[in-house]
Ligand binder design. Structure first.
Ligand code: CA
Length: 468
């Protein structure tokens, strides 16, 4: 190592799919224990307010790789592939001498310009991938692997680290498929929670009384879970209320069983780093591409800008710079990840990127001009499945303003004809569960105006277009 060039850290970026922070004990989960994820929190930093800019799989992944919002990177919906010719942080790290690998769920298209780019090695699941005996595309060649997907992704990750050149730093993206729908556990955890009831969340019986039609009409209620989700049909003779409670138990137990396997496998990676003497020099992150409703508001799934799906878990360990057991309350976004990794590689933020490095927060320093608000956008209007309306909105430290603009931009859906745009405003201090829409409350009239202006200003800043 030359004196002029400080040693650059390895980066182990572990991301799962749809793992809500309220199913991690470090975040105060009421429903499960995650000792190995908690280890990252106890030995590092917990970010309490990490938000995605669009709560759906492919778009969040594109925002992470490119450090840009979805109208810039082109992945607004699940149907949009990532054009791999654009700038991503793995490409920039690779060009600076990092060894780079992408293992697990990619979900950003394949073939032509859509294969993973910027990686020395990639082995990814085709599309959503399978839980059991999954196929992988290894540098483009399809191969089947026996076993459970979370174990296999971890095995491949360990093998890759083992074979690397120890003289150069590495970036490993270890992307789990779990706990994505349809929540298929492995043998080992199949009987976990068998004889207990998982508590229902506080908003399980939300009646959407003050809220938008978007909330009322979304098809992601616990009642909407199908037989692929619950694995068996409901027992005969149950009332609708009993059926709903039965479906919740079936859903949440399988979801948590998938997470138990992730937790074990994260433990394997952490142990390996210890054994190899790599812990001090490696930034370890655990996150998920967005949050998830765990029966909250009577729902499963994500998409909405409500807290449970907007918030991403983000745990980070880096013994050289981060105080063990520390907590950051400041707002960070998925677009910040790329600039942060560039910072650690000694590179400036690329001019196209829209996020900011969170490295000062990791050192316990809050820059004076740190953001106090963020904008969000869900583009997939009436997807034919969950039927969530497209919307954008603003979240400040205290308020959330959401605008359901009732159409896909540039098109008109005949189902929109009788549907006016709708607004929601929540005072998160008075109403942390977002049950009371105060948009029409005269007491919030002045606040509504300033927040609307702030929303439009921030959308101008990120160069997104909005509908008046
Ligand atoms: Ca996801």
């Amino acid at each position: 190592m030359s004196a002029s060039k400080p040693k650059r850290p390895n980066i182990l970026f572990i991301m799962s799919d749809d793992h809500a922070s309220h199913a991690i004990s470090a975040y105060g989960s009421r429903i499960n224990e995650t000792p190995n994820l908690d280890r990252i929190a106890n030995e590092g930093m917990t970010f309490d307010n990490c938000f995605c800019t669009n709560s759906i799989c492919a778009p969040s992944r594109a925002a992470i790789l490119t450090g840009t919002y979805n109208h810039i990177n082109g992945v607004k919906t699940l149907g949009d592939d990532l054009d791999g010719r654009q700038v991503t942080f793995p490409k920039l790290l690779q060009a600076e001498g990092y060894q780079t690998a992408m293992i697990g769920k990619w979900h950003l298209g394949h073939g032509g310009h859509h294969d993973p780019t910027g990686f020395d090695y990639w082995s990814v699941l085709p599309d959503q991938g399978d839980y059991h005996d999954p196929d992988f595309l290894e540098m483009g060649t399809k191969k089947k692997f026996k076993g459970y997907v979370t174990d296999i992704i971890t095995d491949k990750s360990l093998q890759w680290i083992d074979k690397r050149d120890p003289k150069r730093p590495f970036l490993l993206m270890c992307h789990h498929k779990a706990p994505h729908r349809h929540w298929e556990p492995d043998e080992k955890h199949m009987h976990l929670y068998e004889n207990i009831d998982i508590p229902e969340p506080a908003t399980f019986n939300d009646d959407y009384a003050t809220r938008s039609q978007a909330a009322v009409q979304a098809k992601m209620r616990i009642d909407d879970l199908n037989e692929l989700d619950t694995k068996n049909p409901p027992p005969e003779g149950l009332t609708p209320e009993e059926t709903r409670k039965w479906k919740y138990q079936r859903y949440i137990k399988d979801y948590l069983r998938c997470i138990a396997s992730i937790d074990d496998n994260v433990g394997r990676l952490l142990d390996y780093l210890d054994e190899q003497g790599l812990t001090e020099d490696t930034i370890v992150i655990y996150t998920s591409d967005q949050g998830f409703f765990l029966g909250d508001h009577g729902w499963f799934d994500k998409r909405f800008m409500y807290e449970e799906s907007l918030r991403m878990p983000f745990l980070l360990r880096y013994p050289k710079e981060v105080e063990p057991g520390s907590v950051a309350k400041d707002m960070i976004l998925n677009t910040d990840f790329a600039p942060t990794f560039l910072d650690y590689a000694g590179l400036p933020v690329h001019e196209r990127m829209q996020g900011v490095s969170i490295r000062p927060l990791m050192n316990g320093v809050l820059p004076q001009d740190w953001r106090k608000a963020m904008v969000y956008r869900y583009w997939m209007h009436l997807d034919g499945c969950h039927e969530v309306y497209s919307h954008y909105g603003l979240r400040t430290e205290r308020y959330k303003l959401i605008y359901y603009y009732a159409q896909a931009l540039g098109t008109t859906d005949s189902r929109d004809e009788d549907r006016p745009p709708e607004w929601e405003l929540f005072d998160l201090e008075a109403d942390p569960y977002e049950l009371n829409n105060v948009y029409a409350d005269p007491a919030y009239a002045a606040r509504r105006i300033t927040l609307t202006k702030q929303l439009e200003q921030l959308m101008d800043e990120i160069e997104d277009e909005y509908i008046h």
